[in-house]
Design a protein around this ligand. Structure first.
Ligand SMILES: NC(=O)c1ccc[n+]([C@@H]2O[C@H](COP(=O)([O-])OP(=O)(O)OC[C@H]3O[C@@H](n4cnc5c(N)ncnc54)[C@H](O)[C@@H]3O)[C@@H](O)[C@H]2O)c1
Length: 344
């Protein structure tokens, strides 16, 4: 923070589980002030203040409209159920606020493109909370790809598995009206972004199958993805895992191979990276510590850093997610150009 800079006044819209994680970083950032807590659930507002007693004098509101009128925050963190994101981001931009939106940015291509356009028109920072873009392990992989160390990517396999079905039974996550979808729309959104971010190529077509496992939303899905440059990808999402977590990415280039493997016992730590190059195996150690989405977002608002996951990340994930659902529904391969008419 530069001397003489005014505090950034941030409102939290949605004060459930992930908002507590964000707020516990946010309130410690010098020059940042949490000025409002919004949630229709008094229980969750109380839980937030119990979690961070320093917020006990912050005004609370049951809805965002009322809060925007009364407080006029500079910036808003949106941590609400998925299908509310578009409405809440649009409201924030209309009130002149910067936005950190939890994933997914929006549940449809149209809504994601609308947000991207509004962010461009207003000049406000809109960031999607894809924390893997800040993870040291994934950044090692991204840098190795960008610097050409593994040549051209031939195939990439992404595996995202959690005991999601068991953990979300009876919650909004299994209600399509609030979630917009199941495991793919929720945790799968992170790995869809990883796939698109690492390859940096437009998707051409998608063929997918989905299994709802006797719930109203997708639990398992497998997708075969072709990129316009010929790169092939396999994206496996399993929400019915008998253990807690598996996250793996295997990238086979023409000159080398990169692998990311999470530790199921410590899924929040950066994964183990294996890099094979010229017949040798490199295991990068002492990777830099994790930097939070909240810090990256505040730095972007202050013009002190790039927005690591701008709205276009949300548009691309919405395109891929929509194509996966559409392919599973129709039994046909789907061309991205058919579902995203505005195009890239
Ligand atoms: N980045 C990550 O790793 C990560 C982890 C968990 C959740 N998330 C995302 O965070 C978001 C919230 O998930 P969560 O786990 O905190 O869920 P949650 O159910 O714990 O919290 C959601 C909160 O939104 C509130 N809410 C509902 N309608 C609202 C409205 N109209 N206005 C304001 N608040 C409203 C609910 O009362 C609840 O307190 C989702 O987008 C989810 O995908 C991201």
């Amino acid at each position: 923070m530069q001397e003489g800079q005014a505090n950034i006044r941030v409102a939290m819209v949605g004060c459930g589980a992930v908002a507590r994680w964000h707020a516990s970083t946010l309130y410690r950032i010098p020059g940042v002030e949490i000025v409002a807590l919004v949630d229709p659930s008094q229980e969750n507002l109380n839980a937030m203040v119990k979690w961070i007693p320093q917020l006990s004098n912050v005004p609370t509101f049951s809805g965002p409209e009322e809060m925007f009128k009364a407080i006029g925050p500079d910036a808003v963190e949106i941590c609400t159920p998925h299908t509310l994101h578009h409405e809440h981001v649009v409201m924030a931009l209309e009130h002149g606020a910067h936005v950190l939106c939890e994933k997914p940015l929006a549940c449809s291509v149209e809504h994601a493109q609308d947000i991207k356009q509004r962010a461009q028109d207003t000049g406000k920072v809109v960031m999607v909370s894809y924390q893997r873009r800040l993870d040291p392990g994934y950044n090692y992989i991204k840098n190795a790809i960008t610097s050409g160390e593994i040549g051209d990517i031939q195939t990439i396999s992404v595996i995202c598995c959690q005991a999601w079905k068991k953990g979300t039974t009876g919650t909004w996550r299994q209600n399509p009206e609030l979630s917009g979808g199941g495991m793919l729309m929720d945790s799968g959104s992170h790995l869809a972004d990883v796939l698109l971010w690492l390859t940096s190529q437009p998707v051409e077509s998608v063929y997918a199958t989905v299994d709802n496992c006797d719930t109203p939303v997708d639990i398992n899905s497998t997708s075969t993805i072709k990129f316009t440059n010929g790169t092939q990808a396999q994206f496996t999402v399993n929400g019915n895992l008998p253990i807690t977590w598996i996250e793996e990415v295997l990238i086979i280039g023409t000159e080398g191979i990169l692998k990311y493997e999470s530790d199921p016992q410590h899924p929040w730590r950066t994964g183990r990276i294996t890099h094979s190059k010229d017949g040798n195996l490199i295991q990068p150690l002492r990777l830099q510590m994790y930097s939070s989405p909240d810090e990256a977002w505040i730095a972007a608002i202050r013009g002190e850093g790039e927005n690591p996951s701008p709205p276009d990340a949300g548009v691309r994930v919405a395109e891929l997610t929509t194509a996966i659902y559409e392919s599973a529904r129709t039994g046909q391969a789907i061309k991205i150009s058919d579902i995203s008419p505005v195009g890239r």
